[in-house]
Each structure stands twice: as C-alpha cells, then as structure tokens.
Design a protein. Structure first.
Length: 314
C-alpha cells in the first residue's frame, strides 16, 4: 500500500529518470537520494531491495538531529527561492515544531511524519501590481515540492503552513496537513510494548464509542478518532486527544456534549483498570491522564478551537 501511494505521488511530482549512483549506494547522510532517484530505484529493484533501502533511509533520518533537520528544510526552501522565476522573493523564514504524540487516524498508529513547518515568504513590494495577485495555492505547491524533494521532508513533514506577503494589507495564506505528504508503513516510531498495549486498549474504546453513537453510514464508523496519544516531553501527563467530527444529529447534541466527561472517565478506567498499565505509567513518571474531546460543532463553546478537556489523577 505504501509503495503504491509513493508511486502515485511521485509520478505526479517528478519526471522519470535513470537511477543515479546515490540511489544504488548504501544510504548515508552524504548519499541520501532525492525522491526522483528513490522512485527510479523502486522501479528498477525488487520489493525486498526497495524495502531495505527505505529502512536505510529511515536510519539516516533517525540519526539526524532536530537542528540538522531544520537546516535541511531551510536549505531546501532557500534553494527553491533562489532558483524559481515565477515570483520576486526578497526573504523567507521558517518555524518548526515536532509532535511525537500525533497518530495516523486511519491506520491507528503513531505517525512518523510528525513535523509542522510554518513558512513566511516575503515578496517584492510591487509584486501585487506586477503579478496581479499571485495564486496562494501555486506558491504553496512550489514550496511544498521543494520541501518534500528529499526523504527528509517527504517522510517527516505532516503540516505545512505558507504565508506570502508583500505588505501588511496583502497577505496570502495556504495550509495543508497529513495527506499532502507521505506516510509509509516501512517508517515507524519506536514504542515500548507496554505503551502499545495501552494504545491498543484506547483504540478499542474509540471503536466502541463509534459503534455506540456513530455506526450508520453518515459517519462511516470513524467519526471519533485518536489524533494524539502519549506523554509530552518532560511531562507527567498521559495525553489523549479525540476529535468528534460531527455530533449525533438524531439526539440532543447539547446533552451529548455534556455527557463527554462521563465518557472520558470510561477511557480513564480502560487505561487504569489493568495493573500492568498502572505500573508502567508510574514507572514512566505519569501521575495523571488528560483527555481532550475536540468538538468544533459545539457552538456553546467560544473561540476557534472548541474542546472539552478533563483530567484525572492516577
């Protein structure tokens, strides 16, 4: 499945080319292929050889520090800005964040691509009149292609936010997450068996929640998902984020929203009823569990990010 997704995305982005010497050599930081070369390699080698190559690539990425990855992304964007001819770019800047709690909501496993990159592109002051409002989507597409031109970007980026501006009154923004970048079953984050056991119990409870309230065809059984799971760095909290994308339309939505604290307690019970789970959490320094239900449809809540959050001590 991952290989077919890779083909579809890369065939659209890159022309076919012969496999270079970098793609045939053992992968290191100095011989990391670009995505065009990786595509060529996948077409000229067996599935087993290709999967071995992906493992080599992940090993290189895993051994690349946060600061080095930031520099690689900066260099990719700067190279595009310097060589592209569609826009007069005077400056670029980037901000980075990594979220090791992010889950693949469809495959129900931790995401390897868990970086968010925010890019600001400064256009020349007369860009508005010269180019008659550049297309935000076109700028986004070019910058995204530059950042995902190597496996570093293609396999680590999850969300890309682009802001292009030439003056305070004229700003273009574009944002896309997740599906715009690659996920591949060959890439995974390491998790201890005890953590996986708790994650599995939570996912089973999510499935029970879906079956109870959202099992008909309007929701396709995935109205509630596990979007974030784990303990943030230097934290004593086990954190769960569960988006509820739509309320149960045939019920009292206010009453349903008010029932979420009790639903959260059910998740807390599933996590803590097992003594092995409790022992593992305490060994990791976890002292409480926080569960956030994202309820963007609840108009009684104020602010752009509407959610209900509950915490319980172990």
């Amino acid at each position: 499945m991952g290989r077919s997704i890779l083909f579809l995305i890369l065939l659209f982005v890159f022309p076919l080319s012969a496999c270079s010497h970098k793609s045939s050599a053992p992968v290191s930081a100095d011989t990391m292929p670009d995505m065009e070369e990786l595509l060529a390699y996948s077409q000229s080698h067996s599935q087993e050889e290709y999967e071995k190559k992906l493992k080599e690539i992940q090993a290189v990425i895993d051994n690349t520090s946060y600061e080095e990855l930031c520099q690689i992304f900066n260099d990719s964007l700067a190279s595009w800005a310097d060589t592209q001819t569609d826009y007069e770019i005077t400056d670029t800047s980037m901000k980075f964040s990594e979220d090791p709690l992010l889950m693949d909501e469809q495959r129900k496993e931790k995401l390897y691509n868990n970086w968010t990159v925010s890019v600001n592109i400064q256009l020349a002051g007369d860009e508005k009149s010269k180019y008659d409002l550049p297309d935000a989507a076109a700028i986004y597409r070019q910058a995204a292609d530059a950042l995902r031109s190597t496996p570093y970007g293609a396999y680590k980026l999850h969300t890309l936010k682009i802001t292009a501006s030439s003056d305070p009154d004229w700003i273009l923004t574009s944002e896309q997450e997740g599906s715009f970048f690659l996920t591949d079953s060959a890439f995974s984050l390491p998790q201890e068996p005890e953590e996986l056991a708790i994650q599995k119990a939570v996912l089973e409870q999510v499935e029970a929640f879906n079956q109870e309230f959202f099992s008909d065809e309007r929701y396709r059984g995935q109205n509630v998902t596990l979007k974030r799971f784990g303990s943030p760095r230097d934290s004593s909290v086990l954190y769960l984020e569960l988006p509820i994308y739509a309320p149960p339309f045939d019920q009292d939505m206010a009453a349903f929203a008010d029932s979420l604290e009790a639903r959260g307690q059910e998740f807390f019970h599933v996590i803590t009823e097992n003594n092995e789970n409790l022992e593992y959490l305490k060994k990791c320094g976890i002292t409480s569990v926080t569960i956030r239900f994202a309820t963007s449809w609840d108009n009684r809540l104020e602010g752009p990010e509407r959610y209900r959050e509950f915490s319980w001590e172990l």
